[in-house]
Write a protein that binds this ligand. Sequence first.
Ligand code: DGP
Length: 115
Amino acid sequence: MTTQETIFSKIIRREIPAEIVYEDNLALAFKDVNPQAPVHILVIPKEPIAKLSDAESQNHALMGHLLLTVKRVAEQVGLNNGYRVVINCGEEGGQTVNHLHLHILGGRAMQWPPG
Ligand code: DGP
């Protein structure tokens, strides 16, 4: 299933501003507007997949690309001591924007378990 129009579609099309830190033909990475850590970046596919549970086997290369993009962006911004990657999926997962996104959180020690 694909998404309805979201704020992230507008960011991809540069219709609203965002602090973009990385882009290629498949993915975009930009700073989260409401950071939960000193470094908080979102990695999104340009293809509008609404949430992780909507990803299909045909998306497997894209899903791998998103994880490798996380690694690349984390290196680019200097997260040399580690970081956390979060995907909130659906209502009980805490997802608020219906366009798949991977949170990169870093710059401080993370707690476990999460709330
Ligand atoms: P989630 O709860 O996993 O759906 O996270 C959505 C994140 O998106 C949340 O951390 C705030 C961020 N966000 C929402 N709207 C905007 C926006 O317009 N610009 C940016 N940069 N981030 C946004």
